[in-house]
Design a protein around this ligand. Structure first.
Ligand code: UD1
Ligand code: CA
Length: 513
């Protein structure tokens, strides 16, 4: 298995990571707080935290404000060790950073401060930033990027010898500064005490009337402190995400990265444009992903498996040599060499053993299907255990719900369930037993028995000629020498209304597959 996430070794010595996530994200035009929007299997905030994680910071603080309850709740889910800190009013990124540093107290050492809306940031980029900061012996180092279109971003102003002098927000920039294409990524590493002190001097006399975190840099430069700018190796890492269009672009970029990693590791991706794989999914070498495949959440596909076309797997495991065609599966385990689809719906708790099969238009839930057993067509299988080498005939329903409670069905090994059988749970079908097609099974079937539970057929001879005279059906019947139209001959068996008794004829009539 190779995961698209390549953990970078911890470089240590980061006292705290501060994530700024209190902003409203107005341009998203959504009730969901900006940093909770999802891409590639995580929230934006989740991606940022995952990128910072390998730094091994002693403490992580997330500044929350807009939608604070939802963000704090999410944080407790994805990073329980992180501390949410409330910024009551969104007075600017500088104010947010100050609130966070206050909450940390007089923490000595190095802090990493980053925007919560840069989901493409990777651990290696942060590691390179911290290394560059250390090597330069700087008090503050900002992550920068050269971009073709710097619109809306803070510009990096450098002096004649390339030293960083200031960050100027676009709205405050002079025309010459606007032409600069090196931008602020919104990621800063610096000495905690120096940043905290400089933040006390940040004002809000700018076009947006906000306290800019970016002003800290200019203030420290004026103090004569050593300030650096580290250009990201891949500018994509630094891209923010402010509206739905940018979110879609970031999602696409993230997916491209995941697929690139997988293909480098030997995964066959037939159509990268329609294949979506979360950063949390794993795919083994030589697995084949057909067009329209989505591997979501904690999905793991073994090498040699074939998934798709048009298949969505959520938190699902697929074994070596298995195939899953045009299907939707959630929290399912598909064993090695098992076959699923086309058009199967595997719901949580489905476990398919080696070589088993779930075929067309079959829905399963909370079920174990044993080795080499098959549910080939048009069935519902819920709350059941099916043994090995058994076959469930077409259109079988495991009737698991009585309107109040769910009940289990157990089917043994080498069982043959006839087509259109209703297995009314709780019920057990013993090893080697058969059920007749069209049966409603309400009682346990002992091993080796044939269970028949259906009304006997009766043929009313001549009925069409008498009751539908002159129709094409009557003419066809007459031409075929059908029964006389003047006599009602009923071929019904004597016991047609009572329970059937098994006979040699029954064996031939049960129409099993
Ligand atoms: C910011 C930078 C800009 C940089 C860009 C990169 C400032 C002043 N500007 O601009 O130089 O190029 O990021 O994407 O920082 N936040 C709070 N509380 C607030 C205000 C903001 O927590 O009161 C958070 C936001 O949630 C966000 C981050 O700070 O995560 C940046 O704020 P945002 O408004 O997105 O700044 P930008 O205009 O994008
Ligand atoms: Ca932003």
């Amino acid at each position: 298995m190779s995961s698209p996430q390549n953990p970078t070794p911890a470089i240590g010595d980061i006292a705290a990571v501060v994530v700024l996530a209190a902003g409203q994200g107005t341009r998203m035009r959504s009730r969901t707080p900006k940093v909770l929007h999802r891409l590639g299997g995580r929230s934006m905030l989740g991606h940022v935290l995952a990128a910072a994680e390998p730094l091994g910071a002693a403490r992580t603080v997330v500044v929350v404000g807009s939608g604070r309850e939802a963000v704090a709740e999410h944080l407790a889910d994805v990073a329980p060790a992180a501390l949410p800190v409330v910024q009551d009013q969104q007075l600017g990124s500088g104010h947010a950073a100050a609130v966070a540093l206050d909450a940390l107290g007089n923490v000595p050492g190095t802090v990493l401060i980053l925007n919560g809306d840069a989901p493409l940031l990777r651990a290696e980029t942060l590691t390179a930033l911290v290394r560059s900061h250390r090597e330069a012996g700087a008090v503050l180092t900002v992550l920068t990027a050269e971009v073709p279109d710097p619109t809306g971003l803070g510009r990096i102003v450098r002096d004649d010898v390339g030293g960083v002098r200031a960050i100027v927000e676009e709205k405050d920039a002079a025309p010459a500064q606007r032409a600069i294409r090196e931008v602020n990524a919104g990621v800063y590493v610096g000495d905690a005490a120096a940043v905290r002190e400089a933040l006390t001097r940040v004002g809000s006399s700018n076009q947006q009337g906000e306290q800019y975190l970016t002003d800290v840099l200019g203030l420290l430069v004026a103090d004569g402190a050593r300030v650096g700018g580290h250009r990201a190796a891949d500018a994509a890492d630094t891209l923010g995400c402010n509206d739905q269009r940018e979110l879609a672009e970031r999602r696409r970029t993230m997916n491209d990265r995941v697929l690139d990693d997988l293909m480098r590791a030997g995964v066959v991706v037939i159509d990268p444009l329609t294949t979506w794989v979360d950063v949390t999914a794993e795919v083994g070498a030589e697995a084949v992903l057909q067009p329209g495949t989505q591997l979501l959440g904690a999905t793991a596909v073994a090498g040699g498996a074939v998934v798709g076309p048009d298949t969505t797997l959520l938190d699902t495991e697929v074994g070596d040599g298995a195939t899953v065609v045009r299907s939707h599966c959630q929290l399912a385990v598909i064993g090695p060499a098992a076959s699923v689809g086309p058009f199967s719906y595997l719901r949580p708790g489905t476990r398919l053993a080696r070589g088993s099969k779930v075929g067309a238009f079959v829905e399963t839930k909370n079920v174990e299907v044993g080795e080499d057993s098959k549910v080939p067509h048009l069935s519902y299988v819920g709350d059941a255990t099916i043994g090995e080498h058994s076959n469930i005939g077409a259109a079988t329903v495991f009737v698991n719900y009585d309107g109040v409670a769910k009940h289990r069905t157990t089917v043994g090994d080498h069982v043959r369930i006839g087509s259109d059988t209703m297995l009314v749970a709780p019920v057990t079908v013993g090893d080697g037993a058969y059920t007749a097609a069209g049966s409603v099974i309400t009682d346990d079937v002992p091993p080796g028995s044939m269970a028949i539970a259906r009304a006997r057929q009766r043929n009313v001879a001549g009925w069409v000629g008498r009751r539908r005279p002159g129709t094409p059906a009557a003419e066809a019947a007459a031409a075929a020498g059908g029964a006389p139209s003047d006599a009602a001959i009923d071929t019904r068996s004597a016991d047609s209304t009572g329970p059937s008794t098994a006979t040699a004829e029954d064996d031939e009539q049960q129409g099993r597959r």
